[in-house]
Design a protein around this ligand. Sequence first.
Ligand code: CDT
Length: 308
Amino acid sequence: MTRILTAAAAQLGPIAREESRESAVSRMVDLMKQGAARGVRYLVFPELALTTFFPRWYMEDWAEVDSFFETEMPGPATKRLFEASAEYGIGFYLGYAEKTPDGHRYNTAILVDDKGAIVGKYRKVHLPGHSEYEGHRPWQHLEKRYFEPGDIGFPVWRSQNAIMGMAICNDRRWPEMYRVMGLKGMEVLSLGYNTPDVNTSAWEPNHLRMFHNHLVMQAGAYQNSSYVIATAKAGIEEGVGMIGGSCIVQPSGEIVAQAQTVGDELIVADLDLDLCKMGKETIFNFARHRRVEHYGIIASQTGVVEPE
Ligand code: CDT
């Protein structure tokens, strides 16, 4: 029987610093409702989807920093999302800032099934930017100040009849991320992002921001024979332009759906999960063709690892 998962990238336009979590959640529930009307069973929200992208500001007051973090999930403001998930039968990926009971802060995403139950958690490994104020930048990118690198690795989960993995924004630029989960049989990678349309660390033409966004995900999808659902927080947020370009990439590396706006927008595609098989059993059959022992590095992982 063909395995079709009707899935969506639920792009969000800007979230102002003063916008409440309740308002952001309400926008997300609206997108979920639209998804229900279009037969969607799984959707992906952006990175840090509950608030503005706060690492653009240098803060010394840690109480102020903590106002952007969640200490429980679901919490009072996010409960509605889980209820809507159960009501509509739609699973989802949600990015948010997590503060643990013992005081660690992570840039986190959770995977929720179509009954509104949390299935898995991922904490961003590749934190971009810097940890101290840098005066030459028009705005800051202080992820290294506010988050620790993730301590969970790159697990995959069986959910909604698919093998699912998660990553967050800058992770998409690192081939190891796709490959580690590819080795575990990943069929669908979900990824949320907040990418400014200007590189403030070194000059490069602005059009490269979107080109690289798609380049890395199309390559990662193809080389690991997986779908990628990538969702932006887009538009001009607190004076900073954020790229959109949310998209769904199929295992051939082709984009099958792409956002047309930089606002709240749902893009939908039917994922034929069996399409992942072709690459996994032929060109990218890792067990047959991948030769780590000939790469001149320590061969720590040479075969396919069973998903958790
Ligand atoms: N959020 C995030 O990871 N953004 C980065 C921009 C880095 S610019 C310092 C990205 O890779 O899109």
